[in-house]
Ligand binder design. Structure first.
Ligand code: HEM
Length: 146
């Protein structure tokens, strides 16, 4: 994957102004609400009974923050996202048995939450850089599936 300077700057700037504690929980809970079948992986996370329960579930919030910090590693290693996520891919595949289609669903929810937060700042250029970044992340996370 090749990145233009503008794409690198866009990605770095999105993440440098990101409120992890706000965006992480919102993105993960949105995914669980909009795509309810993704709840099956979080059976040990307590009450996911309805949208309100999901949005106020502290285990979900904590995990959303953890996932966003997982993305930090890709931002810091933009030239080797595949290698950076080799282990995380194996974890999601062999241990967690997460269907890799779900990576894209979570990525889409994250895009929507960030767009809502950034408002007019989420320009088409920013969006295209961000979606490219997430597409590379999704592909890297799905690499170790067989
Ligand atoms: C665990 C990142 C997508 C389900 C994790 C961990 C990270 C992470 C960093 C912690 C790993 C560890 O403890 O060593 C990501 C990233 C994703 C992603 C960056 C995509 C952008 C998903 C999706 C699902 C999922 C889509 C399911 C729908 C899980 C589960 C765990 C986990 C069930 C273990 C949670 C626990 O029991 O503590 N993920 N993940 N992940 N992930 Fe993901």
């Amino acid at each position: 994957v090749k990145w233009t300077e503008q794409e690198r700057t866009s990605i770095t700037s999105i993440f440098s102004s990101l409120d992890y504690d706000d965006i992480g929980p919102k993105a993960l809970s949105r995914c669980l609400i909009v795509y309810p079948w993704t709840q099956r992986y979080f059976g040990s996370f307590g009450n996911l009974y309805n949208a309100e329960a999901i949005k106020t579930n502290p285990a979900i919030a904590a995990h959303g923050i953890k996932v966003l910090h997982g993305l930090d590693r890709a931002v810091k290693n933009m030239d080797d996202i595949k290698g950076t996520y080799a282990e995380l891919s194996i974890l999601h595949s062999e241990k967690l048995h997460v269907d890799p289609d779900n990576f894209r669903l979570l990525a889409d929810c994250l895009t929507i939450v960030i767009a809502a937060k950034m408002g007019n700042g989420f320009t088409p250029d920013i969006q295209s850089a961000f979606q490219k970044f997430l597409a590379v992340v999704v592909s890297a996370l799905g690499r170790q599936y067989h």
